[in-house]
Design a binder for this molecule. Structure first.
Ligand code: V47
Ligand code: SF4
Length: 355
């Protein structure tokens, strides 16, 4: 049964819900990983991508306060912060000269509207015109649109005109409505998340997609989530990468367990097999750790994100990884997995191939 499913996937055929669930329920990790690796090779020919990037989180003040988020604070609470435009420009100016991407996401600030973000994008582009800005989850876009009385389309158009180059994949969590209503009832619905990404793709804004796993969701929830992304990709072709996010439980209120390494590898491999129309599967080293990330490159992943420099969201929830890694360390990690390191920008243009 598993052999038949894997053969179908390697041939580029679409797997069904039942087939996806059967893969998650199987303990044939090696076989699943091998098939995913074969498919990955067919798509990316042994290349593994990374970017010299930096994270910036303008504020941790958030009106949502999702139960799984250890990063957010309420206004006035101890540890709450908000960065002014000047504070952010200082971070941008202090970044390496060869920086290619800024990844900017943050909380839903009760007092900020779209003008803060437009100014932020324009000021960054003034000092670093060549850097791509990958910013704002669909959750932030929805909030900004509502606060500023704009449609999603107009919100995205204004941000694009101000310098937005691409969007990250956060806020997707898990799409199944019943599980989502237990995990994060305050968050936008899955239909809204998908609609915002559809609109972004229509405006020529490439985006990523994520899935938060290892909390209260079922295998069926995971497969449904992947199939919804595959369907949207068939329609728009606007997703660049899929990033599975393993749950980190410290300082959160959902569960106390981390997903196992086996689950991490299986989730990456099955994502590759199901999402055969999304070009890249990202093993996010910040969440997986350096060593498991390296192994994930033999289980279907072909991207490891980037240098990152200052990561707060996962580190608030227990991540033990460094807050950033050098380009040399990323190249070494990829080479020692017998893959070809390819430095990219936020839109997957090749910057340099490390033979
Ligand atoms: O949306 C929050 C997740 C996301 C926890 O698109 C948690 O390239 C685990 O989306 N345990 C933000 N995860 C991060 C994100 C991302 C990161 C790197 C690259 C890209 C990309 C996107 O972090 C949130 C949420 O799903 N998150 N709390 C937690 N306790
Ligand atoms: Fe706010 Fe995002 Fe954290 Fe939820 S996950 S509390 S929306 S910052």
């Amino acid at each position: 049964m598993i052999d038949v499913i894997l053969h179908k996937a390697i041939e580029g055929k679409r797997l069904s819900i039942e087939e996806g669930v059967a893969l998650f329920e199987s303990d044939l990790l090696h076989k699943i990983g091998r098939a995913a690796s074969e498919l990955s090779h067919r798509i990316n020919e042994g290349r593994v991508y990374f970017v010299v990037n930096r994270h910036i989180n303008p504020t941790n003040i958030c009106v949502n306060r999702c139960k799984f988020c250890a990063f957010s604070r309420s206004k006035g609470e101890e540890g709450a912060y908000e960065l002014g435009i000047e504070d952010i420009l200082e971070k941008v100016n202090a970044s390496p000269a060869d920086l290619k991407e800024l990844h900017i996401v943050g909380g839903l600030h009760p007092d900020w509207d779209i003008t803060y973000y437009e100014t932020l994008l324009r000021e960054i582009k003034k000092v670093r015109p060549q850097v791509h800005i990958k910013a704002f989850t669909a959750v932030e876009i929805d909030y900004l649109a509502n606060r500023s009385n704009l449609t999603i389309e107009d919100t995205l158009k204004r941000l694009k005109d101000s310098g937005l180059d691409a969007m990250p994949g956060g806020g997707a969590e898990i799409f199944n409505n019943s599980t989502r209503s237990k995990l994060c009832p305050e968050k936008i619905t899955s239909d809204r998340w998908l609609e915002i990404h559809r609109t972004a793709h229509g405006l020529g804004i490439k985006t990523n997609a994520t899935m938060l796993y290892g909390h209260i969701e079922s295998f069926k929830d995971r497969v449904e989530h992947l199939l919804a992304l595959r369907d949207l990709q068939s329609e728009t072709n606007g997703f660049q990468a899929f990033v599975p996010l393993p749950y980190h439980p410290e300082n959160t209120y959902i569960t106390t367990r981390y997903p196992s390494g086996i689950d991490d590898l299986k989730t990456i491999a099955i994502s590759r097999l199901i999402l055969n129309n999304i070009p890249h599967i990202k093993a996010y080293w910040i969440m997986l750790g350096e060593k498991l990330t390296q192994v994930a490159l033999c289980f279907g992943a072909d991207d490891i994100d980037g240098t990152v420099i200052e990561e707060r969201i996962t580190h608030s929830a227990g991540a033990q990884t460094e807050e950033g890694l050098s380009r040399e360390r990323l190249v070494d990690l990829i080479k020692r997995a017998s893959r070809i390191p390819v430095e990219r920008d936020a839109l997957y243009n090749v910057v340099k191939i490390y033979k």
